[in-house]
Design a protein around this ligand. Structure first.
Ligand SMILES: CC(C)(COP(=O)(O)OP(=O)(O)OC[C@H]1O[C@@H](n2cnc3c(N)ncnc32)[C@H](O)[C@@H]1OP(=O)(O)O)[C@@H](O)C(=O)NCCC(=O)NCCS
Length: 206
């Protein structure tokens, strides 16, 4: 089995119905956390170069798309799906990694986020550097939240005035990550110095 993961192009348009049917079947099986999109919406994402697809030769395996929100301040990774017979082989991980790289390339200053009820996605996101956050830290772009209307739990989101639902919001903030990395590098840099100072201190205090 050789699975290729790539940015989807117009050659992948014939898979659109299958992608949507697989998403719908997973939503029905899980009963939560997955919104249905129209075929036009999925096709549009592919044509805009905002979708990642996994294929085994000419067989559809998995999919995910990205979209920017709030004047490109945020980019969401959504619609992750792997066909049941291909699950458990690390395909979702490869798709999410590719979607992450595409998001960073297309929207380098945007915060990347996703909503999920699934442990697999939580694990993958954590590995990529996302952290769990309240919905208040995500985009307030109404168009994004309208996308939740296709989810069976939308009534919960409405009842909480769009502040909470069954999904966990996860966020990758490039600024925060850069700050964290800089702080870690500083600790690394100052560690040997601290070592010298402590040695000197020991000598002079004898
Ligand atoms: C969720 C889904 C995309 C995972 O696809 P997959 O290709 O099987 O996932 P991977 O093999 O890449 O596994 C990624 C990680 O999640 C873990 N994982 C996979 N399925 C899991 C499950 N059902 N429960 C808990 N952990 C799971 C794997 O062990 C792996 O963790 P590790 O790196 O610590 O070993 C797939 O099951 C699916 O399409 N489900 C239906 C749709 C869905 O839930 N989409 C997500 C909407 S947010």
């Amino acid at each position: 089995m050789k699975i290729d993961v790539m940015v989807a192009t117009k050659e992948h348009l014939p898979f659109v119905s299958e992608i949507n049917d697989t998403i719908a079947a997973a939503a029905a099986a899980r009963g939560t956390g997955i919104s249905r999109r129209t075929d036009e919406y999925i096709a549009d994402k592919i044509m805009q170069g905002k979708a990642i697809i996994a294929v085994n030769g000419d067989v559809f395996v998995g999919f995910c798309y990205i979209e920017s929100w709030g004047h490109e301040k945020f980019v969401a990774n959504s619609g992750l799906i792997v066909k049941p017979e291909y699950r458990g082989y690390g395909v979702a991980k490869r798709i999410k990694q590719a979607a992450f790289e595409l998001s960073r390339k297309r929207f380098p200053n945007a915060k990347i986020f996703g909503l999920t009820t699934g442990e697999a996605v939580m694990r993958i996101n954590t590995e990529l550097g996302y952290v769990p956050v309240t919905f208040a830290k995500l985009t307030d772009d109404e168009e994004f939240w309208k996308g939740c209307q296709g989810c069976v739990n939308y009534d919960i989101l409405q009842r909480t005035n769009m502040t909470k639902c069954l999904c966990t919001g996860m966020l990758y903030d490039p600024e925060e990550v850069a700050k964290h990395e800089a702080a870690e590098a500083e600790v690394e840099r100052s560690a040997p110095k601290a070592h010298i100072w402590s040695k000197l201190f020991k000598k002079t205090s004898k």
